[in-house]
Design a protein around this ligand. Structure first.
Ligand SMILES: [Fe+2]
Length: 377
């Protein structure tokens, strides 16, 4: 890991992020506006804001000061060497897995290798869980061939979202409620499949995860569906407003920006933005209004490749990880930190959140890490 972090420091910083591993909030950091620099010096005896001034009631080093940052007995002490390290949150994210083919199995085996070596608490499934038209019911044999068997050696919860292929109707997703059976499967059997609703939240340590139903957003404007999209909008606003999590990560099947054949929301399939529904205009509007800038990271699939976009949506980092079982080509020209240009290389993303730092690793089906990057709050 040390080698990895050093490599990351060499990589160019990410616009829109606080680059590197230390931040302006870090009391112990020597490379940020310095607490020990004589300009705004925390140790300057003449500095009224001096943290080491024994007479300063705000003195961070005053042993009698209950707010003392250097008080060894202070559980909130930033400099307390005995303070336990943050508990990491580690997960994999992959989409478009529902093929039941050899490449899905290879990606699963690669995840087993990585999870055994680095740890995984859970998986995010980014939609299109069952090609071509979802599952018929909770007893559909596809549950075994496309989910249970491929991931049988990965003992952890899988948190799915619904792709358009999970909504039947030839993969268009127009039979949107067909996906409800995937919610029902959660409680109908003993399984790692964990989908309490069509959209839902789950919290792990200092991170909140928001699973979005973008397949429903696609058809905002249809009778009935409009009110359901409004419901999701209200729910999301409530989740974000009430969140106390340091990190907020959203995921859904459909991209905001992508260099795959589906392309960018609002211009999916190269369609002009006024094209009803198919261009993904409603998805873009929903994200612009409700999500962009309000979460740290949005993970998606739909295009069957792995990409880390340079551009954010109002500060939200954008990652595509739709190579869980098959590939489509890279065609678009959005700038990326990295994308997989090998048209035969499926894979997944492994993520670690450790306190205020998040690290993303892009792994392929041969269990080779092809790119990594990180940022801190
Ligand atoms: Fe797909």
């Amino acid at each position: 890991m040390t080698r990895l972090l050093l490599l990351l420091l060499v990589l160019s910083p990410f616009p829109g992020c606080n680059a590197g591993f230390v931040t302006a909030n870090n009391d112990d950091d020597l490379v940020v506006p310095d607490d020990d620099d004589s300009g705004s010096d925390d140790d300057d005896a003449t500095d009224p804001a001096d943290d080491d001034d024994a007479t300063d009631p705000a003195d961070d080093d005053d042993a009698t000061d209950p707010a003392d940052d250097d008080d060894a007995t202070d559980p909130a002490d930033d400099d307390d060497a005995t303070e336990p390290p943050p508990t990491p949150v580690r997960f994999v994210a992959l989409g478009d897995t529902g093929e039941g083919n050899a490449d899905q199995a290879l990606v699963a085996t690669a995840m087993e290798t990585v999870c055994a070596a680095q740890g995984c608490d859970f998986a995010l499934l980014l939609g299109d869980n069952f090609y071509d038209v979802g599952v018929d019911d909770v007893n559909d044999p596809l549950w075994q061939t496309h989910f249970e068997t491929p991931y049988q050696n990965l003992s952890m919860p899988f948190y799915p979202t619904l792709g358009n292929h999970d909504g039947g109707a030839g993969g268009t997703g127009l039979d949107v409620f067909a996906g409800n059976v995937q919610v029902a499967y959660t409680t109908s059997t003993t399984t790692n499949w964990t989908m309490p609703d069509r959209y839902y939240s789950h919290i792990h340590e200092n991170a909140q995860f928001l699973s979005l139903d973008t397949s429903l957003m696609f058809f905002d404007g249809f009778p009935i569906i409009t009110s359901l999209v409004d419901d999701q909008e209200t729910w999301l606003a409530g989740q974000l407003a009430g969140s106390t999590s340091e990190w907020k990560i959203a995921y859904g099947p459909h991209p905001y920006l992508s260099n795959g054949p589906h392309g960018n929301a609002g211009n999916y399939e190269g369609l002009p933005s006024f094209t009803p529904y198919a261009a993904g205009t409603e998805i873009k509007d929903f994200m612009d209004t409700n999500l962009c800038g309000n979460v740290d990271l949005y993970l998606c699939g739909h295009d069957h490749s792995r990409q880390w976009q340079v551009n954010t949506c109002a500060g939200t980092e954008l990652v595509v990880s739709g190579g869980g079982a098959k590939r489509t080509d890279i065609e678009g020209s959005n700038p990326v930190y990295w994308q997989d240009t090998d048209p035969d290389m499926e894979g997944f993303v492994w993520v670690e959140i450790l306190g205020g730092t998040i690290t993303l690793e892009f792994w392929n089906k041969n269990a080779v890490m092809e790119y990594t990057g990180s940022w801190s709050k």
